[in-house]
Design a binder for this molecule. Structure first.
Ligand SMILES: *Cc1c(COP(=O)(O)O)cnc(C)c1O
Length: 369
């Protein structure tokens, strides 16, 4: 028996018929771009997140690009972000002509350390972009305070955190704008690429709509150099069928995480921490060990899914070499890059499979002292 790292397909079984019907309805309607289903996604997703506006776009990377520009970020600006994240976080900053400034993370949550953010502020800083990494909300109240004090925009990269929350407020409603990805492995997926921007601001909403449609408000007069970046009507129809299930799926992930703990996984590796007031939705189930290489090799041999996220932090990537971060510049980030590994996680992962994972880890690890 093998245990897959993730199993998004298992979620769809119960809704397959409704989705097939919804796809058929779109075909029959003949409306494929910015039709009623995209408008419906924008309305109901913003409502679920708990913010005023939603803007459907082509993917989570474009969502970041468009949100950054709508917040006024451009050439000459600096944006503070983590280095321990997926590349798109910093790529989007560079793509709008700004400079990513990498700040270190907290040792427990793997999210931006507010003290490191404050230390990285310069006169050119324009925005702070925390990532709710692996499904755990960043320390948003401290980050909000810093942004207010220094007059900076606060943009949440919530690609990995649909349904996560902090003190009862959902990720996506904690900043000046936020971005989601519906890539097929995220907690709320579609069947291709898709993304969403959320914002409480009518002005940011308006600008995002202009930018996603070639820099035009009326589709005849072009006021900005924008993008062709829309959420497809077909993907919107799929998202409308899947969204009602996301909270239950996330509850399933939380139950799987609790069961790993009950089964004694924490005797061998460092388990994910959950900050006070946080709902962690375990987009990835990340554990830490100084014996990572041995663990990865052994698990792979035993047929247990595993994957290292992120082995080369962004400040050490070739594309950002010119920014001049030496090795050791971000010590917590670099330690996490050496020690973190993802273990199997899905809402439907069963107890027998989890026992298999824990048994394999136990066989490969000395007990923690
Ligand atoms: C997936 C992801 C993105 C990009 O989303 P796409 O839809 O793949 O473009 C951005 N940031 C983070 C942290 C992600 O995990």
């Amino acid at each position: 028996m093998t245990v897959p790292l993730m199993d998004p397909h298992s979620q769809y079984a119960a809704v397959r018929e409704q989705i097939a019907r919804a796809i058929g309805d779109v075909i029959d309607s003949g409306r494929f771009i910015l039709g009623p289903r995209v408008a419906e996604v924008e309305r109901v997703f913003a409502e679920q997140v708990g913010t005023a506006h939603g803007i459907g776009v082509a993917n989570g990377t474009d969502a970041l690009l468009i949100a950054l520009r709508a917040l006024g970020v451009g050439p000459g600006d600096e944006v503070i972000c983590p280095s321990f994240t997926f590349y798109a976080t910093a790529e989007s900053i560079a793509a709008v002509g700004a400079v990513p400034v990498f700040a270190d993370i907290e040792d427990e949550t793997y999210c931006l350390d507010p003290a490191a953010v404050e230390a990285a502020i310069t006169p050119r800083t324009r925005a702070v972009m925390p990532v709710h990494l692996f499904g755990h909300p960043a320390a948003m109240s401290a980050l909000r305070e810093i942004c207010v004090k220094h007059d900076l925009a606060l943009l949440e990269d919530a690609a990995q955190a649909y349904g996560a929350s902090l003190d009862g407020v959902r990720c996506g409603a904690l900043g000046d704008a936020a971005t989601f990805s519906f890539f097929p492995t995220k907690n709320l997926p579609c069947f291709g690429d898709g993304g969403l921007i959320t914002t409480p601001s009518a002005e940011v909403d308006r600008m995002c709509r202009v930018l996603r449609f070639h820099g035009s408000e009326d589709k005849r007069t072009f006021t900005h150099v924008g993008y062709n970046s829309r959420l497809d009507e077909l993907q919107a129809a799929i998202l409308l069928e899947l969204r009602p299930h996301v909270d239950a799926w996330n509850d399933g992930r939380i139950a799987v995480a609790a069961r790993y703990e009950e089964l004694g996984l924490g005797e061998h590796v460092v388990l994910p921490a959950v900050a006070a007031g946080a709902r962690h939705v375990y987009h990835l189930y990340i554990v830490r060990t100084q014996e990572r290489e041995r663990l990865v090799d052994g698990l792979t041999e035993a047929g247990i899914g595993n994957m290292v996220y992120y082995s080369t932090p962004l400040h050490r990537q070739p594309v950002f070499e010119h920014l001049g971060y030496p090795e050791g510049a971000l010590p917590v980030t670099e330690r996490c890059a050496r020690e973190c590994v993802a273990l199997p996680m899905s809402p439907t992962l069963g107890e027998a499979a989890q026992r298999e994972v824990v048994d394999a880890v136990t066989a490969l690890s000395p007990a923690r002292t």
